[in-house]
Ligand binder design. Structure first.
Ligand code: CP
Ligand code: NVA
Length: 314
């Protein structure tokens, strides 16, 4: 590939659409299988992003997103540089628009983790290289590509699966709902009253043909589910309020809840987890938990997202 003329931003799963997501998953499965016994930092034989540099820009903390994008770029033959808001001019008020234009002259792609989703839209408007959403307050699409990959590996094809979400109606749930409409699985959303996901994402899932059930009763959501998912009760940037924690308690994923799901149900959590809060230790460490496969799959998913963004996939 000579330039980045065919680049595509990946701000949300709908940017890639069902075909794009399917292509990402297929490529991730192939590349993962091909390099099973290789050293993690060694490159895939085709080195499709040879010479390319990805800037990882963080306005919030990260372990998995930071490391998996770095390793993903090494495996694709490219490299990364990391900018933390606190140590760059972004943290001193340089505009997103100027940052986008400067980085576009210096690197081949930008991943941004930030708070307000409008900031990543602004970055995408001004960048002339692909911009990838590494989490905003609104959504976390890269996480969900890894989650879909994990579910397919452990269970079965996505269409018709019953996915149950417990706890806060947050950014990760928004991307689960967006994926449901694209990949045709159903979502039971169990949240306390007042912590439901944004209506826009429920509408998006339903418009795509997914069945979405909203409930305040965790056990009805777990009944016969294929996949149980939860996340922290307090996301980055949110107020850690005692009332919110109290409201979340009945939505903890524990043995009693798991007993209502299908016997072969799997447990997902994007991590970091707060064991003893949103999930009990027996579930987190138990045989139905696939959370560390899910974490590893961030690498394989990220590689597909990058290839798609460079116009090399889907
Ligand atoms: N799941 C996830 O995005 O983890 P990090 O916050 O560690 O990147
Ligand atoms: N909902 C969490 C996800 C962390 C990966 C947060 O935004 O903090």
């Amino acid at each position: 590939m000579a330039g980045t003329e065919q680049f595509r931003h990946f701000l949300d799963l709908s940017d890639a659409g069902a075909d794009g997501i399917a292509a990402m998953i297929a490529d991730a499965l192939d590349r993962k299988a091909a390099r099973k016994t290789w050293a993690k930092g060694s490159a895939d034989t085709d080195r499709p992003l040879e010479g390319r540099v990805l800037a990882l820009v963080f306005e919030k903390n990260s372990t998995r997103t930071r490391v998996s994008f770095d390793i993903a770029m090494r495996q694709l033959g490219g490299s990364v540089l990391i900018l933390d808001a606190g140590s760059s001019q972004l943290g001193r008020g340089e505009s997103i628009a100027d940052t986008a234009r400067v980085l576009s002259r210096m690197v081949d792609a930008i991943m941004l983790r930030t708070d307000d989703h409008a900031k990543i839209e602004e970055m995408a408007r001004h960048a002339t290289v692909p911009v990838i959403n590494g989490l905003t307050d609104r959504s976390h699409p890269c996480q969900i590509v890894a989650d879909l990959l994990t579910v397919i590996e452990h269970k079965k094809p996505l269409p018709g699966l019953e996915v149950a979400w417990f706890g806060d109606g947050n950014n990760v749930l928004h991307s689960v709902l967006e994926a449901a409409g694209l990949m045709k699985f159903n979502v039971r959303v169990a949240t306390p009253q007042g912590f439901e996901p944004e209506a826009e994402f429920i509408d998006m899932a339903r418009a795509g043909g997914a069945e979405v059930t909203l409930t305040n009763d965790a056990s009805s959501a777990a009944q016969g589910a294929d996949v149980l998912v939860t996340d922290t009760w307090i996301s980055m940037g949110q107020e850690d309020a005692a009332e919110k924690r109290a409201a979340m308690e009945p939505f903890q994923v524990n043995l009693a809840l798991m007993a209502k799901a299908k016997p072969d149900a799997v447990f997902l959590h994007c991590l970091p987890a707060h064991v003893g809060e949103e999930v009990t230790e027996d579930i987190f460490e138990g045989h139905q938990s696939v959370v560390f496969d899910e974490a590893e799959n961030r690498i394989h998913a990220q590689k597909s997202v990058l290839l798609w963004s460079f116009g090399l996939l889907g």
